[in-house]
Design a protein around this ligand. Sequence first.
Ligand SMILES: Nc1ncnc2c1ncn2[C@@H]1O[C@H](COP(=O)(O)OP(=O)(O)O)[C@@H](O)[C@H]1O
Ligand SMILES: [Mg+2]
Length: 236
Amino acid sequence: MIEVDDVCFAYPGGALALDHVSVRTAADQAFAVLGESGSGKTTLLRCIGGFLRPQSGTIRIDGDDIATLGEPALRARLGIVFQRLHLFPHLDVVQNMVLAPRLVQGADADSARRQALDMLERLGIAELATSYPSQISGGQAQRVAIARGLMLAPRYMLLDEPTAALDANTTDAFAAWLRELRDQTCFIIVTHDTLFAAQVADQGVYLSGGLIADSGDIQTMIEHVRRGGLEEAPAG
Ligand SMILES: Nc1ncnc2c1ncn2[C@@H]1O[C@H](COP(=O)(O)OP(=O)(O)O)[C@@H](O)[C@H]1O
Ligand SMILES: [Mg+2]
């Protein structure tokens, strides 16, 4: 479980992007972080990932404070796919995937390559193995970025706006694909798309202006949005 407890974060010279935020992810379930553009979703994800240090509050991953956990231990437990996928354009899909196991875990080239091919097979995208990022679609690139993240077998994987570049049909297929992966890793999905969130997660929180405006069951939160209790989230 990831526990965010009373976290405040402000960018230099800025207002509070996270204003006393507390979040407890559902144990072993996909979890959604919802909210309109500018509500603090990416900031929360960067804090959980250890890329930003909150000015106050604590973040624990399976009981351990991430401030004291240390970089290698944190990376082993938690993978992140940023909104910009950061696939290396000069490397093919398998070459992108073997980087972390080779550099972080010291895996040898052959076994890392075999592991990458197994992973692509398991995720149903084996045909992409020798493609370069410029040769694949947005939806395929999103899957490759997740496949690459899964190479280190993190217990948690954070996804920032995974459907931002996808059309509606691709989003539905991607949601179905993510659902099937839920037993491999515990996804924390940051998205402005409430309907997508409802396809992949059961529980979540709704951020608004850096505050938790709603939390709990996603279907119930969608009802709240419909009844006008919360703003319908614009893209971003
Ligand atoms: N690097 C930054 N420097 C200063 N302000 C930022 C930076 N990144 C985001 N913000 C501000 O912090 C707030 C939350 O942004 P963000 O977490 O990116 O929201 P979301 O991901 O929900 O769109 C916004 O007001 C945004 O303008
Ligand atoms: Mg964002």
